[in-house]
Design a binder for this molecule. Structure first.
Ligand SMILES: [Cu+2]
Length: 144
């Protein structure tokens, strides 16, 4: 009886290990962060693993989150509504560019980094982004 229970326990544990855990990561959308930066995602560099869910929260009013075309490692896309939370599940390793469309010109962008090796130079190459967004992207990528 006891051995049966232990065997069942081991089977259950190995099942859990196989499935693995997917994390839920929350990102705030703010008018101003603790460092005084205006129109920001916090964090603006989001470290994640394949299968994780990233949720952008409308902590301050007037923001939304959307994928940037040509900047999604898994080729996916999403577009949230202003003042509503929106979630995205990352399905491939690499970099993902995220924007708040109304504040893109103010540099309101974020990067989701999945995995350990990134091609940071190719990420911005040939992409049309505002001056402030480019500066913030460069700042974020320099932290990788
Ligand atoms: Cu915004």
């Amino acid at each position: 009886m006891k051995i049966g229970l232990i065997a069942a326990g081991i089977a259950l544990l190995s099942m859990i290990a196989t499935i693995g855990y997917s994390a839920e990561i929350e990102v705030k959308m703010l008018n101003k962060d603790s460092a005084g930066q205006k129109m920001v995602f916090e964090p603006s560099l989001i470290r994640a693993n394949v299968g994780d869910t990233i949720t952008f929260l409308p902590t301050d009013k007037g923001h939304m989150a959307a994928s940037i075309k040509g900047m999604m490692a898994d080729g996916g896309k999403f577009k949230g509504k202003t003042n509503k939370p929106v979630s995205y599940v990352v399905t491939a390793e690499g970099l993902y560019g995220i924007k708040c469309t109304p504040h893109m010109a103010n540099g309101m962008v974020a990067v989701i980094a999945v995995g350990n090796t990134f091609e940071t130079e190719a990420f911005l190459e040939g992409k049309k982004v505002s001056k402030k967004a480019k500066a913030r992207f460069e700042d974020i990528l320099s932290q990788l």
